[in-house]
Write a protein that binds this ligand. Sequence first.
Ligand code: LLP
Length: 381
Amino acid sequence: MFSLQQKEYFKSLETPFYYYDLELLKNTLLAVKQAAGSAYHVHYALKANAHPTLLAPIVEAGLGADCVSGNEVKRALECGFTHEKIVFAGVGKSDKEIAYALDHDIFCFNVESIPELEVIDLIAASKNKKAHIALRINPNVDAHTHKYITTGLEENKFGINPYEFDQVLDKLGSLKNCRLIGLHFHIGSQIQDLNAFKNLCLRVNEINQWFIHKGYLLDHINLGGGLGINYQEPDTAAIVDFESYFSIFRNFLQLPLQQQVHFELGRSISAQCGSLISRVLYIKHGINTHFAILDAGMTELIRPALYQAYHKIENISQSDSSLTMRYDVVGPICESSDCFGKAVELPETKRGDLIAIRSAGAYGEVMSNRYNLREGVQSVF
Ligand code: LLP
C-alpha cells in the first residue's frame, strides 16, 4: 500500500524503477532476529538482492552473508559483513573465486562435490592456508515448490548424495588443507508447506548421527533458506511468520548442544519491501482482451516469464475501483512470455497510469538484464 505522498513522489520519477521500503525491511529484520533468538545464526542470501542500500540495515542487524559468487563475497565485504560471517556456496566455484575467498579468510565454503574439494585443497595449499569446509548434502527431501527452484532431490545438480559419504570422508582424510567444520542443506525456495522443513529436520538428524558415528561431531549445521512469502497479500502478510518457521526446527531438530545452527534466508527478508513501478504506455484492445502495455517488462522482472510466478499488480494512479476491467498486463519486449499477468482485474486503466508490481524485492532487480538493449533499471528508496 502506498501513501499519497509516495504516489506523488513516484509521479515525478522516470519509470520503470524498483522502489524499496527500508522501514519494512528493518521491521522484517527485527522480526527475524527476535524469532531466531540467540541460538540460531541467520545469514542473508545476497543472491536475492545485493543492493548496498539494502545490505546496510542487514549488516546492522547482525546477520551473516550467504554468497554464491566471488563478486557476492566482494560485495558482502565492501558492505561491511565481517569475513567470519561469510559463507560461499555454489556448484561451480571458479579457481579465481576460490582464491579470492581464501585470501579474505571467509567463514566457510559450502562444498558440493569431490572434485571441488580437491581444487579448494590445492589452491589453499598454494596459499599455505586451511580452508573451512561444510559439505552440502542432498537430503532427497521434496520441497513441493516450482520445479526450477527445488534443489534437494537426487535428480538436482546440487550437493553430495549419501552414497558418496564414505568416499568423501576418505578423500578428506588425504587432504591437508581442508578442515571439515559443518554440514549444509538447502532443499528449495518459496516453500510454503512447513512440513517440508519438518522432513528436512528428520533427515538432518539421521545424517548428522551418521557423521557423529564416524567420529565427526561438526561445529555447525546449516539448514539453508527457502521460507516462502505470501505473494497474494503483500500488505496484510508483509512480514513472514518467522516464529512458526523457527519453531519447526526447535521442535524437530535434534542436535548435540555444542553444534551451532545456521540458516540462509533470502526471499523472506527482502521480497516484500520491493515493488517494480512502471507506467502504462498504451492500452490496446484485442479481440477478447484488453492489453495494458507497460514500460517495464521481463527484462526488469523475469519471474512471471521464467517460473509462471504470480505478483500482485496494482494501478496506483486510479483510486476509484467501482469500475474494473480485466487486462493482460504485458511488457514491451519482443517475446510472448513477456507478460506479468493475464486477465488482471484493475480499475479502468489509462496511458500514463502508474502500475506497481508487488513483492519484487527478492530475485527481481538482481535478475534483471539488458535484453533488447534495454536501459537497465533504477532503484529508489
Ligand atoms: N541457500 C542456498 C544454497 C540457495 O540456493 C538459496 C536460493 C538460498 C539459500 C536462499 O533461498 P531463499 O530463502 O531466498 O528461498 N530465482 C528464484 C529463486 C532461486 C533461489 C536459489 N537459491 C525465484 O525468483 O524464485
